[in-house]
Design a binder for this molecule. Structure first.
Ligand SMILES: NC(=O)c1ccc[n+]([C@@H]2O[C@H](COP(=O)([O-])OP(=O)(O)OC[C@H]3O[C@@H](n4cnc5c(N)ncnc54)[C@H](OP(=O)(O)O)[C@@H]3O)[C@@H](O)[C@H]2O)c1
Length: 342
């Protein structure tokens, strides 16, 4: 049996679900790939724990469910001595699974940990947009130079394999246009507003059900969608892209009157992330957009995300997901772990 050692940085919504899936899918992984995954190191904001034959994942899940930090794990190590980068430096593992929070200012703590892991010839699997948005060309070049994989299919639309579709299935294709409803929170708010709710009421409801953050600005001002578009542009369109290359407008300016008028004319307003080919380049934008009801993305309701690739030889591809909790994102991380080693 092939044993693969994981170090996991970040044990929040996605990290904990990943541990649960590794448990529930243990037999499937063994039967299909003769593969056993072992967590030899893990850290969160309180510190970390390591054990070379494997940590007890049920015990970590229980700690996190009880809202405790991993530093409370028997033999746990306090924060200052077990940051994500220390996890990479001190623990011998085959894959760094990087699931800390997205930081669009400097990418930390994920960026340094990912750089260090690639330099150490470890494969990296991440759901964290920050490091990729800030340093995609550098990180992918490092992975190539060291002969390891950098897989991040969960960074764009969670469980929906938007990046895999573009990378794996459109190899010889020219993508004329990419468009997507890629941010769940704004889609939820606009969907509820078009049913008559006020913006504040729809936002509060999204916060109450855990969909929107207490500070919703990354979502409602369009930066989360722009981050995903930047990753699609870098990875799939092969266009080195930073956030400053994207025209970004969020949904704060969308009025109930605009939504009412759109509904009256049998149209909808969605926050659309768009990359449109112009000559040898792409024009990139995120903005509220009026769609005809015949447009497939107009059907992307609350709790859903969807994307379209308009291509020269593969026709028009439309894919969508209904994702109401973090399990599909954790499943995308598990898929990347398997793909990194199988
Ligand atoms: N949730 C989703 O559905 C989803 C979908 C796609 C992508 N993502 C991305 O996946 C990543 C994880 O998301 P999430 O929802 O699991 O976030 P989360 O619940 O906020 O968890 C973040 C984890 O990072 C840890 N952390 C924060 N600062 C740290 C530091 N300085 N050093 C070490 N660990 C630190 C936190 O520690 P504590 O546990 O101690 O607080 C927590 O375990 C994010 O980058 C997010 O953007 C999430």
């Amino acid at each position: 049996m092939r044993q693969v050692r994981l170090s996991i940085a970040g044990l929040g919504n996605v990290g904990r679900r990943l541990l649960e899936l590794m448990d529930s899918k243990r037999d499937v992984l063994k039967a299909r790939y003769d593969l056993e995954l072992r967590v030899v190191g893990a850290c969160d904001s309180t510190g970390g724990a390591e054990y070379f034959t494997g940590l007890d994942t049920a015990q970590i899940i229980a700690l996190k469910r009880a809202k405790k930090g991993i530093a409370a794990y028997p033999g746990g190590i306090a924060r200052g001595e077990m940051r994500p980068v220390d996890l990479v430096r001190t623990v011998d593992a085959d894959i760094l699974v990087e699931l800390t929070l997205t930081n669009l200012q400097n990418g930390e703590p994920g960026l340094t940990a990912i750089r260090e892991a690639l330099a150490k010839k470890m494969n990296v699997v991440t759901a964290n947009k920050g490091p990729l948005v800030l340093a995609y060309p550098e990180l992918s070049a490092r992975a190539r130079a060291h002969g390891v994989r950098l897989l991040h299919s969960a960074t764009v639309t969670g469980g929906l394999p938007t990046l895999n579709l573009g990378l794996r299935d459109l190899g010889a294709t020219m993508i004329e246009k990419f468009e997507g409803v890629v941010n769940g929170t704004t889609n939820y708010i606009l969907s509820r507003m078009s049913e008559g709710q006020a913006y504040d009421q729809a936002l509060k409801h999204a916060q109450d059900i855990g969909m929107a953050e207490a500070d919703p600005s990354l979502d409602v001002d369009g930066w989360d969608a722009a981050s995903k578009l930047a990753i699609v542009a870098n990875a799939v369109l092969r266009r080195p892209t930073k956030l400053k290359d994207i025209t970004v407008e969020g949904i704060r300016g969308v009025t109930p009157e605009q939504l009412r008028l759109a509904t009256e004319h049998k149209k909808v307003i969605k926050l659309i992330a768009l990359a449109e080919r112009a000559g040898n380049d792409y024009v990139l934008s995120v903005r509220p957009t009026v769609l005809e009801r015949s447009h497939p993305l107009s059907k992307i309701g609350a709790g859903m995300m969807g994307v379209m690739y308009h291509t020269d030889i593969n026709g028009v591809i439309f894919a969508a997901i209904e994702e109401e909790n973090p399990y599909p994102t954790a499943a995308a991380v598990l898929r990347d772990i398997v793909n990194a080693v199988v």
